[in-house]
Design a protein around this ligand. Structure first.
Ligand SMILES: C[S@@+](CC[C@H](N)C(=O)[O-])C[C@H]1O[C@@H](n2cnc3c(N)ncnc32)[C@H](O)[C@@H]1O
Length: 294
């Protein structure tokens, strides 16, 4: 079968589970451009080659069967990122799946705002060496992306009580393993052994209120990465409590991702912090920047 015909087949199958044809087209591209599919095309495809020089390339029976297997699992409701063990975040590729019990949260586009705001802060930070802490690191996508996009010296600690080997793999694949120290621990326990203060803290913690309805695809992700207690604030509250002990008084920032309903919690902190809110692409209050008022 020709590559372009396979693309059309996949796209028309995936329309069944996507809300629009554009989403089905995007997923069909992700499948054919994936590392997993590269063994059937001789090379990892680019969008340009898929719709250009490789369009008429003949795909073996094995390749077609593999694509059909991916579609079958996708139609069963499994996120494509888990089927392919590949997620894209800020233009970089991350592993997210090793087995049913060994997978990370799939990085979301709104979290890229944490990266952007961190990079802005890093540019303005006067410290010769920046100490940074990522709380709830999952795949490690936040520290890895920030290091890859900055030429400053940043030393990262990255913690997660449900740490898997996946962020180590991601750091290794991006050749950053010496710059990030991962620890399988939650913040309160970690901090007992550390006197270190940070210039930058990033926290995309579980923040969905416990009784919220979540999409059936999201149910495949680790639930401990999603739910954050009755009002979703359990972990965020605990982190904010520790901020005075772990964030430097000046030349510093803490960046949180939140549910828009949690803004009132942060507004109540304005005696101590200057607070800035960034909205996501859907105009929802999504990212909170905290800086000590001096
Ligand atoms: C929404 S996911 C974010 C993962 C990653 N930072 C990202 O942006 O893709 C939340 C992460 O927080 C971790 N987590 C859950 N409880 C935690 C706790 N008490 N302390 C720190 N991290 C926690 C989860 O294991 C999960 O990896």
């Amino acid at each position: 079968m020709k590559l372009i015909d396979l693309y059309r087949d996949i796209r028309s199958e995936l329309v069944k589970i996507n809300s629009c044809d554009e989403e089905a087209a995007a997923e069909a591209e992700l499948i054919l451009l994936s590392k997993r599919f590269s063994s059937y095309t001789g090379d990892t495809l680019t969008r340009e080659s898929l719709f250009g020089v490789k369009e008429q390339c003949e795909i073996s029976e094995k390749g077609v069967t593999s694509a059909r297997d991916i579609i079958k699992r996708r139609i069963e409701g499994i996120p494509l990122q888990y089927i392919l063990n590949e997620a894209w975040f800020y233009g970089l590729n991350f592993q997210v799946y090793s087995s049913k019990t060994h997978k990370t949260f799939i990085p979301r586009p709104e979290t890229e705002i944490i990266v952007e705001e961190s990079l802005k802060f890093i540019k303005s930070c006067k410290a010769s060496k920046i100490n940074a802490l990522d709380i709830g690191t999952g795949s490690g996508c936040i520290p890895i992306t920030i290091i890859k996009n900055s030429n400053r010296k940043i030393l990262w600690d990255a913690i997660d009580p449900f740490l898997t080997t996946i962020p180590y793999e991601n750091a290794k694949n991006h050749i950053l393993e010496d710059l990030i120290r991962f620890s399988k621990v939650e913040l309160s326990k970690y901090h007992r052994n550390e006197n270190k203060k940070y210039n930058l803290i990033t926290a995309n913690l579980p923040y969905v209120p416990n009784n919220s309805n979540i999409d059936s695809v999201v149910k495949h992700e680790p639930l401990e990465a999603i739910f954050g207690g009755e009002d979703g604030l359990d972990h965020i509250r605990e982190t904010v409590k520790l901020i005075p002990k772990i964030l430097q008084r000046s030349d510093s920032i803490a960046i949180f991702e939140i549910d828009p309903s949690q803004l009132t919690f942060f507004n109540a902190l304005e005696e101590i912090y200057s607070i800035e809110i960034i909205q996501d692409i859907n105009m929802l209050d999504r990212i909170v920047l905290l800086k000590f008022k001096n």
